[in-house]
Design a protein around this ligand. Sequence first.
Ligand code: RIB
Length: 316
Amino acid sequence: MSVNITVVGSICLDFGIMLPHLPVVGETVLGTDLITPVGGKGFNQALQAHRLGSRTHFFGRLGDDAPGRMIIDQLENEDFPVRGLRVLKNEKTALGLILIGPDGRNMIGGFSGANMNFNIEDIDQNVYDALLLSTHLILQLEIPDEVNLAVLRLAKEQYVRTILNFAPYRNIPEEIENLIDIFIFNEIEASAYFEREIRTHEDFFRIRDSKKYLFEKIYIVTLGEKGAAIIAPEGEYYSEGIAVDSIDSTGAGDSFVGAYVHFIASGRGYIQSIDLANIVAAESTTKPGAMPGMPGAARIETLIREHNIDPDEPDE
Ligand code: RIB
């Protein structure tokens, strides 16, 4: 039986250029390829959960322009549910400008456009109905705080579990933090939030002595090729990095978030969900672009066998 997950957040058209090396300030580097997949952290996370088999309810905003039409064309081929997409008149669609180096690392400059014109009137009956069906809600920080807050209040009324991907990092109102059950950061975001350097899982496990740490919440950090770590009331766990031939790491964190929530919503334990999400995120880096690289359920079944993971083994 498929699980229901609501995602409210950003959607962009990404322009990814493959480069022989990342430029320094003032330098021009000519690329070898250009890709234009749909992106945006909210959309990427929803798409990964959808590809793994979740019934995903995504709410996002587009402008009525050429990039917006390119997004809709691509989604029609993807079989991705578009009911929650609204096209705003006289608004520009958000864009992601992504420079990808030869080792798969990237630099992203984003234009927010319609994403930041999401407003609280958009948290309407359709969102309410989606939350009624859902066990989990995923949010990020590419839309306004008041929208995230409005949807969080609704989610809490429905006892929906709430996940915030703290990306891109900014200070947010305390009320939002209080309504979140699971925080997911990358190293940069975790370092900014806990106001200390977090580069390894050992650094991360020390956040327990931070004033920001709360016992009842779950904290996860993704560490790029070094894997991911979790601190939960049940315990802490480090999932080592998975070696792959990485071509483009764009959206690997989003792939991790969508996969992790898919697996916990499907009833898997916190350790296994991290291990599986880690495999999904690593695999997502083996093709250029976030959307093209995100694996589906069949591919993950094969990888689970290759990695000798027993998908039915409960957490200790
Ligand atoms: O996390 C990757 C995403 O960040 C890209 O798809 C880009 O659109 C930006 O939002």
